[in-house]
Design a binder for this molecule. Sequence first.
Ligand SMILES: [Zn+2]
Length: 276
Amino acid sequence: MGLELPEILNLSRQMEKTLKNKIISEIVLGERSKGLIKQGMCSLDEKGDEILNSPIKSVKSRGKWIFIGFKNEMFLVLGELIGKFRYLEDEKDFPDSYHVLFQFTDGSALSFQSSLYAFLLAADKEEIHDHKYAGNIGPSPVDEEFTYSYFCDILSKYNNRGIKGVLNLQGELSGLGNAYINDILYKARIHPKAKVSSLKDSEKKELYDVIIETVNTAINKRGSIKEYDLFGETGNYVRLVDQPVKNMKCTICGVQMVKMNVMGSSSYVCPQCQRM
Ligand SMILES: [Zn+2]
Protein backbone atom coordinates (compact mmCIF):
# COMPACT_ATOMS: atom_id res chain seq x y z
CA MET A 1 0.00 0.00 0.00
CA GLY A 2 1.02 3.59 -0.37
CA LEU A 3 2.34 6.03 2.16
CA GLU A 4 -0.47 8.31 3.30
CA LEU A 5 -0.49 11.43 5.45
CA PRO A 6 0.36 9.80 8.84
CA GLU A 7 3.32 7.89 7.41
CA ILE A 8 4.51 10.85 5.34
CA LEU A 9 4.37 13.23 8.33
CA ASN A 10 6.37 10.83 10.46
CA LEU A 11 8.93 10.22 7.71
CA SER A 12 9.42 13.87 6.90
CA ARG A 13 9.93 14.73 10.58
CA GLN A 14 12.52 11.98 10.84
CA MET A 15 14.19 13.14 7.63
CA GLU A 16 14.31 16.72 8.90
CA LYS A 17 16.08 15.58 12.06
CA THR A 18 18.38 13.05 10.40
CA LEU A 19 19.26 14.47 7.01
CA LYS A 20 19.47 18.22 7.62
CA ASN A 21 22.83 19.68 6.54
CA LYS A 22 23.86 16.46 4.84
CA ILE A 23 25.21 16.74 1.30
CA ILE A 24 24.44 14.21 -1.41
CA SER A 25 27.64 13.17 -3.17
CA GLU A 26 26.17 10.58 -5.48
CA ILE A 27 22.79 9.25 -6.62
CA VAL A 28 22.90 5.60 -7.63
CA LEU A 29 19.93 4.47 -9.69
CA GLY A 30 19.21 0.78 -9.38
CA GLU A 31 18.18 -1.37 -12.30
CA ARG A 32 14.58 -1.23 -11.10
CA SER A 33 14.37 2.55 -11.36
CA LYS A 34 14.24 2.24 -15.16
CA GLY A 35 10.51 1.56 -15.09
CA LEU A 36 9.85 4.74 -13.08
CA ILE A 37 12.04 6.77 -15.44
CA LYS A 38 10.15 5.40 -18.43
CA GLN A 39 6.84 6.37 -16.85
CA GLY A 40 8.06 9.92 -16.25
CA MET A 41 7.91 9.47 -12.48
CA CYS A 42 11.65 9.73 -11.85
CA SER A 43 13.78 12.58 -13.21
CA LEU A 44 16.93 11.73 -11.25
CA ASP A 45 18.65 10.25 -14.31
CA GLU A 46 18.62 13.64 -16.04
CA LYS A 47 18.36 16.13 -13.21
CA GLY A 48 19.91 14.31 -10.27
CA ASP A 49 23.15 16.30 -10.66
CA GLU A 50 21.29 19.46 -9.71
CA ILE A 51 20.81 18.33 -6.12
CA LEU A 52 24.39 17.16 -5.59
CA ASN A 53 26.96 18.99 -3.45
CA SER A 54 24.49 21.33 -1.78
CA PRO A 55 23.49 20.94 1.91
CA ILE A 56 19.95 19.92 2.79
CA LYS A 57 18.26 22.98 4.23
CA SER A 58 14.78 21.76 5.11
CA VAL A 59 12.35 18.87 4.85
CA LYS A 60 8.66 19.67 4.57
CA SER A 61 5.60 17.65 3.70
CA ARG A 62 2.23 18.39 2.21
CA GLY A 63 -0.38 15.69 1.73
CA LYS A 64 1.31 12.58 0.42
CA TRP A 65 4.42 14.50 -0.71
CA ILE A 66 7.80 15.25 0.84
CA PHE A 67 9.90 18.22 -0.30
CA ILE A 68 13.57 18.09 0.61
CA GLY A 69 15.00 21.55 0.04
CA PHE A 70 18.67 22.22 -0.70
CA LYS A 71 20.70 25.32 -0.09
CA ASN A 72 20.97 25.91 -3.86
CA GLU A 73 17.15 26.31 -4.00
CA MET A 74 16.59 22.94 -5.66
CA PHE A 75 14.28 20.28 -4.23
CA LEU A 76 14.10 16.54 -4.11
CA VAL A 77 10.39 15.88 -4.47
CA LEU A 78 9.01 12.54 -3.29
CA GLY A 79 5.35 11.69 -3.66
CA GLU A 80 2.59 9.13 -4.19
CA LEU A 81 5.00 6.66 -2.69
CA ILE A 82 4.48 2.93 -2.62
CA GLY A 83 7.59 1.55 -1.00
CA LYS A 84 10.02 2.24 1.80
CA PHE A 85 12.83 4.59 2.65
CA ARG A 86 15.70 3.61 4.87
CA TYR A 87 18.43 5.66 6.48
CA LEU A 88 21.75 3.83 6.43
CA GLU A 89 24.45 4.95 8.79
CA ASP A 90 27.27 3.08 7.18
CA GLU A 91 28.28 1.46 3.89
CA LYS A 92 28.07 -2.01 5.44
CA ASP A 93 24.30 -1.45 5.88
CA PHE A 94 23.67 -0.58 2.22
CA PRO A 95 21.09 -2.95 0.70
CA ASP A 96 21.78 -5.04 -2.39
CA SER A 97 18.68 -3.95 -4.20
CA TYR A 98 17.00 -0.56 -4.34
CA HIS A 99 15.42 1.82 -6.81
CA VAL A 100 17.62 4.66 -5.71
CA LEU A 101 20.44 5.18 -3.24
CA PHE A 102 21.37 8.71 -2.17
CA GLN A 103 24.91 8.69 -0.80
CA PHE A 104 25.99 11.47 1.51
CA THR A 105 29.47 12.94 1.86
CA ASP A 106 29.69 11.69 5.48
CA GLY A 107 29.41 8.02 4.41
CA SER A 108 25.73 7.56 5.29
CA ALA A 109 22.97 7.04 2.74
CA LEU A 110 19.23 7.03 2.12
CA SER A 111 17.74 4.19 0.11
CA PHE A 112 14.31 3.90 -1.45
CA GLN A 113 12.74 0.74 -2.66
CA SER A 114 9.39 0.78 -4.37
CA SER A 115 6.92 -2.06 -4.58
CA LEU A 116 4.89 -0.39 -7.32
CA TYR A 117 5.45 3.25 -8.11
CA ALA A 118 6.63 6.58 -6.77
CA PHE A 119 7.50 10.07 -7.92
CA LEU A 120 11.20 10.85 -7.41
CA LEU A 121 11.92 14.25 -8.88
CA ALA A 122 14.66 16.86 -8.78
CA ALA A 123 12.95 20.18 -9.39
CA ASP A 124 13.08 23.90 -8.71
CA LYS A 125 10.18 25.92 -7.29
CA GLU A 126 8.71 26.69 -10.68
CA GLU A 127 8.83 23.10 -11.85
CA ILE A 128 7.09 22.02 -8.66
CA HIS A 129 4.42 24.65 -9.17
CA ASP A 130 3.82 23.45 -12.73
CA HIS A 131 3.78 19.74 -11.88
CA LYS A 132 0.42 18.09 -12.43
CA TYR A 133 0.37 16.50 -8.96
CA ALA A 134 3.12 18.05 -6.84
CA GLY A 135 1.86 21.49 -7.82
CA ASN A 136 -1.75 20.75 -6.98
CA ILE A 137 -1.97 19.62 -3.38
CA GLY A 138 -4.97 20.78 -1.38
CA PRO A 139 -5.14 21.17 2.42
CA SER A 140 -4.82 18.00 4.46
CA PRO A 141 -7.04 17.02 7.41
CA VAL A 142 -4.45 18.40 9.86
CA ASP A 143 -4.27 21.82 8.20
CA GLU A 144 -6.18 24.76 9.65
CA GLU A 145 -7.79 25.40 6.28
CA PHE A 146 -9.60 22.07 6.52
CA THR A 147 -12.68 23.43 8.26
CA TYR A 148 -16.14 21.87 8.14
CA SER A 149 -17.29 24.61 5.81
CA TYR A 150 -14.34 23.94 3.48
CA PHE A 151 -15.24 20.23 3.52
CA CYS A 152 -18.88 21.03 2.64
CA ASP A 153 -17.67 23.21 -0.25
CA ILE A 154 -15.71 20.28 -1.68
CA LEU A 155 -18.68 17.98 -1.30
CA SER A 156 -21.07 20.34 -3.04
CA LYS A 157 -18.58 20.78 -5.90
CA TYR A 158 -18.63 17.04 -6.56
CA ASN A 159 -22.24 16.29 -5.74
CA ASN A 160 -22.63 13.70 -8.48
CA ARG A 161 -19.56 11.66 -7.67
CA GLY A 162 -19.02 8.68 -5.41
CA ILE A 163 -17.68 9.64 -1.97
CA LYS A 164 -14.58 7.41 -2.13
CA GLY A 165 -13.38 9.14 -5.27
CA VAL A 166 -13.97 12.59 -3.77
CA LEU A 167 -11.97 11.80 -0.62
CA ASN A 168 -9.11 10.83 -2.92
CA LEU A 169 -8.98 14.13 -4.85
CA GLN A 170 -5.55 15.30 -3.69
CA GLY A 171 -6.03 18.76 -5.15
CA GLU A 172 -9.01 19.34 -2.85
CA LEU A 173 -8.17 17.29 0.23
CA SER A 174 -4.70 15.83 0.41
CA GLY A 175 -3.11 12.99 2.30
CA LEU A 176 -5.76 10.29 2.24
CA GLY A 177 -5.38 7.12 0.17
CA ASN A 178 -7.19 3.84 -0.10
CA ALA A 179 -6.20 2.45 3.32
CA TYR A 180 -7.39 5.35 5.48
CA ILE A 181 -10.38 6.08 3.25
CA ASN A 182 -11.59 2.49 3.77
CA ASP A 183 -11.34 2.88 7.54
CA ILE A 184 -12.95 6.32 7.52
CA LEU A 185 -15.95 5.21 5.46
CA TYR A 186 -16.40 2.09 7.58
CA LYS A 187 -16.32 4.11 10.78
CA ALA A 188 -18.70 6.72 9.37
CA ARG A 189 -20.92 3.89 8.03
CA ILE A 190 -20.95 5.23 4.51
CA HIS A 191 -20.74 3.05 1.41
CA PRO A 192 -17.70 3.95 -0.76
CA LYS A 193 -19.92 4.17 -3.85
CA ALA A 194 -22.51 6.40 -2.16
CA LYS A 195 -23.10 9.54 -4.18
CA VAL A 196 -22.21 12.72 -2.36
CA SER A 197 -25.70 14.05 -3.09
CA SER A 198 -27.20 11.13 -1.16
CA LEU A 199 -25.45 12.08 2.10
CA LYS A 200 -27.50 13.72 4.81
CA ASP A 201 -26.06 16.75 6.59
CA SER A 202 -25.59 14.67 9.72
CA GLU A 203 -23.61 12.10 7.73
CA LYS A 204 -21.38 14.81 6.27
CA LYS A 205 -20.60 16.16 9.73
CA GLU A 206 -19.94 12.65 11.04
CA LEU A 207 -17.65 11.97 8.07
CA TYR A 208 -15.72 15.19 8.69
CA ASP A 209 -15.24 14.34 12.37
CA VAL A 210 -14.18 10.77 11.55
CA ILE A 211 -11.60 11.98 8.99
CA ILE A 212 -9.93 14.22 11.57
CA GLU A 213 -10.14 11.64 14.35
CA THR A 214 -8.78 8.77 12.21
CA VAL A 215 -5.90 10.78 10.80
CA ASN A 216 -4.88 12.12 14.21
CA THR A 217 -5.05 8.67 15.77
CA ALA A 218 -2.82 7.30 13.03
CA ILE A 219 -0.37 10.19 13.34
CA ASN A 220 -0.06 9.59 17.08
CA LYS A 221 0.67 5.94 16.31
CA ARG A 222 3.36 6.99 13.80
CA GLY A 223 1.43 5.52 10.87
CA SER A 224 0.41 2.07 9.77
CA ILE A 225 1.74 -1.18 11.19
CA LYS A 226 2.26 -2.23 7.56
CA GLU A 227 4.54 0.64 6.60
CA TYR A 228 8.12 1.41 7.58
CA ASP A 229 9.71 4.57 8.90
CA LEU A 230 13.19 5.88 8.14
CA PHE A 231 14.81 3.40 10.53
CA GLY A 232 12.95 0.26 9.48
CA GLU A 233 10.36 0.41 12.28
CA THR A 234 6.67 0.02 11.54
CA GLY A 235 3.98 2.30 12.93
CA ASN A 236 1.32 1.11 15.38
CA TYR A 237 -1.89 1.93 13.55
CA VAL A 238 -3.86 -1.22 12.74
CA ARG A 239 -6.40 -0.85 9.98
CA LEU A 240 -10.03 -1.44 10.90
CA VAL A 241 -10.89 -3.03 7.57
CA ASP A 242 -8.23 -4.85 5.66
CA GLN A 243 -7.54 -7.98 3.69
CA PRO A 244 -7.89 -10.90 3.96
CA VAL A 245 -11.57 -10.23 4.07
CA LYS A 246 -12.54 -13.94 3.93
CA ASN A 247 -13.06 -14.40 7.65
CA MET A 248 -13.60 -10.81 8.61
CA LYS A 249 -16.85 -10.01 10.36
CA CYS A 250 -18.05 -6.49 11.00
CA THR A 251 -17.16 -5.58 14.58
CA ILE A 252 -20.32 -3.49 14.86
CA CYS A 253 -22.99 -5.92 13.59
CA GLY A 254 -21.20 -9.27 13.03
CA VAL A 255 -22.10 -9.56 9.36
CA GLN A 256 -19.49 -10.93 6.91
CA MET A 257 -17.50 -8.09 5.29
CA VAL A 258 -17.21 -7.98 1.52
CA LYS A 259 -14.43 -6.85 -0.78
CA MET A 260 -15.19 -4.82 -3.87
CA ASN A 261 -13.31 -2.77 -6.40
CA VAL A 262 -14.21 0.91 -6.22
CA MET A 263 -12.38 3.48 -8.35
CA GLY A 264 -9.57 1.07 -9.17
CA SER A 265 -8.72 -0.10 -5.66
CA SER A 266 -10.09 -2.55 -3.11
CA SER A 267 -12.73 -1.44 -0.64
CA TYR A 268 -13.84 -3.53 2.32
CA VAL A 269 -17.44 -2.94 3.16
CA CYS A 270 -19.99 -4.11 5.69
CA PRO A 271 -23.15 -4.70 3.64
CA GLN A 272 -25.27 -4.06 6.73
CA CYS A 273 -23.64 -0.93 8.20
CA GLN A 274 -22.56 0.71 4.96
CA ARG A 275 -25.70 0.60 2.87
CA MET A 276 -26.06 2.45 -0.40
ZN1 LIG B 1 -21.70 -4.03 10.13
